[in-house]
Design a protein around this ligand. Structure first.
Ligand code: NAG
Length: 341
């Protein structure tokens, strides 16, 4: 039994050795300053526990999963957990300085998506974009799907965010768009784990808001990565863009063809989203150079990450070149710290 187990484990490692290495665009870290801010605020609003994390735990996870480089980001709620403006600016700065130090210590292993204050703080956000992208040379910025409290909040298409999109557009920046909790986080059924069900819908809402407000058209140089294969967006895009009359306006002054065109400008990461049905759908709907690997370390526990990686490794991409693109090639074209963008 034990010997059989070892043989299976060795077979798995050697099978992995034949597969391309990965660049992980959805890899979370928990800096000490961020953990302290979360704890001070009573933890994640949806009650999700903050997992242990060290740079070493990331490196070990990467070695186990054939990940050559991870682009670090904090997960939701991110810096907006800090309610006061000055505190939010200070925390974003502290996280970004720490990220740059980590990258300096492990240049081949880590890049980072910069943290920003709440986007409701336009001035603070603009100055952190300038510092993080121009001075620290981050790979991009982390945006959350919605900013503000309850119904006094905005998805990413809101007009007040235009100056921020404009600053990102002028820098050809990458924006990693991560879901946060839905407006009403009351646990109607405690059995429904919100990050599993509602986070994907938040991504869909933010992306459709960006399409409807023409953010994707007006700021075409920003490369936006939607987490988790776009949440539920690929499944729903036909729902909002289909008519027998191609010139009929379906949403915010736009035709179905225009909506689908905007949808295809997003990038999609594969964090917790590599079932063959999901991959079939993505490869059918979006340009193949817009699909990138992601893991969701350390919020997804190792057995989940291994399961999703097994699905990805078992998927028939048809041609080896396409597997290379999805595992690392597409991300390398996108991310400055890979040295190939
Ligand atoms: C978005 O762009 C479309 C097509 O270019 C236009 O018809 C529509 O009015 C615009 N909508 C907004 C909200 O800017």
């Amino acid at each position: 039994m034990r010997l059989a187990g070892i043989i299976i484990a060795l077979a798995a490692v050697s099978a992995q050795a034949d597969l391309p290495y990965k660049i992980d665009t959805h890899h979370h870290f928990v800096p000490v300053s961020y953990r302290a801010a979360l704890d001070a605020a009573g933890g994640d609003p949806v009650g999700f526990p903050t997992p242990p994390w060290t740079p070493q735990s990331s490196l070990e996870n990467m070695a186990a999963n054939n990940i050559r480089k991870a682009i670090l980001s904090v997960t939701a709620p991110g810096v907006p957990i800090v309610p006061d403006i000055e505190g939010g600016r200070a925390l974003a700065r502290e996280i970004n300085e720490y990220s740059a130090e980590l990258r300096e210590a492990h240049p081949d292993s880590f890049g980072f998506f910069a943290s920003l204050p709440s986007l409701l703080d336009t001035k603070g956000t603009l100055s952190e974009i300038e510092y993080a992208l121009d001075v620290l040379k981050a790979d991009g910025v982390t945006l959350f799907t919605r900013y503000g409290d309850g119904t006094h909040s905005h998805y990413l298409g809101h007009a007040s965010f235009d100056p921020i999109w404009s600053a990102l557009d002028s820098r050809n920046a990458v924006a990693f768009i991560h879901p946060s909790h839905q407006v009403n986080a009351s646990p109607i059924s405690p059995l429904l784990l919100q990050p599993l069900i509602d986070y994907p819908h938040e991504t869909t809402r933010a992306a459709v808001d960006m399409i409807a407000s023409n953010v994707t058209r007006r700021f075409p140089n920003v490369k936006c990565i939607l987490s988790h294969a776009g949440g539920t967006l690929p499944y729903l895009i036909s729902r909002i863009s289909t008519s027998s009359n191609e010139i009929e306006v379906l949403l915010a002054g736009k035709t179905g063809a225009e909506i689908r065109e905007d949808f295809r400008t997003f990038y999609f990461d594969l964090a917790l989203s590599s079932d063959s049905a999901v991959l079939d759908m993505l490869l059918t709907l979006v340009p193949h150079e817009r699909i990138v690997y992601g893991s969701d370390v350390p919020y997804a526990r190792p057995t989940l990450i291994t399961g999703f990686n097994e699905n990805l490794d078992a998927y028939d991409f048809g041609q080896p070149a396409l597997r290379e693109m999805v595992y690392h090639g597409n991300a390398e074209k996108l991310l400055p710290s890979t040295g190939k963008a």
